[in-house]
Design a protein around this ligand. Sequence first.
Ligand code: HEC
Length: 268
Amino acid sequence: MIVYYLTSKCLNLRANTPFDRCPTLPVPYTLTPAQQKGIVDFEMGLATAQVRDDEAGWLSDAGALGGPDDILGFPFYIGINDNVADPAGPFNEKAMNLFRSWAGSHQEDRASVARGEAIFNSKPIIISGVKGLNDNPYFGSPATLTGTCTTCHNTPQMGNHSLAVALDIGLTDGSRRTPDMPLYTLRNLTTGQEVTTTDPGLALSTGKWKDVGRFKGPILRGLAARAPYFHNGFAKDFDAVLDFYTDRFGLVFSRKERQDLIAFLRSL
Ligand code: HEC
């Protein structure tokens, strides 16, 4: 096997460059520990955060920790604030504390962002049928679990799932397919069970039935700049994100709660 090492030049010219003129890497190609560390250090030094919101203003004003200044100072390791076994201490559902200092602000738009953060941290969500969570012995295989947004978006101040555990929240169930998406029918050769999905997710790389429809919980910073949401663009805006969660988990948001939660998501 030959691995083509596509440099930008090679990629740019690909249309008229025969592949055998692209540089190649020896196979198998392994990184030295120093190279690995260099890449990890580089990647850990990258971050994206929003600076300003049209309504709430500068996101690091008045003691708030939004914006890029603070972001690289927040600690991260795989499993931080893990729901089960973070060696550093028990799970804290109040994982987002960027805008606590705006609570009760006389500027209504800031108070709204702070209320939205509190909803994200504490609004109860009855979680069942999530593969990777409700069927996972690591979490005690709870048939039903009352959690919050931060049960899955648990990395403090960042909102990604801190464990390397992909979850099936039902996003790619065949029943949620829109006409622009593919539809796969998968059959379990042992049990005969069939499922329809628009994206097999983790199962594409593991080949395992239990991994169908499982995806990683992403970092939630800088969200305002990257609609549509979810890996397949299922939600065109924040309202559509919350419609998905109300539909999937039977959540009920008052109009004000919805406005506040969106003000928060828009300020990350
Ligand atoms: C049971 C776990 C779980 C819970 C609870 C949960 N999420 Fe998610 N969330 C996920 C996963 C997994 C994804 C990635 C799905 C995908 O795109 O494949 C995701 C994606 C998202 C995204 C899309 C981000 C992007 O970059 O497109 C937003 C926004 C979001 N969640 C907000 C919320 C909010 C707000 C709540 C609470 C109302 C919540 N989530 C509760 C697991 C969860």
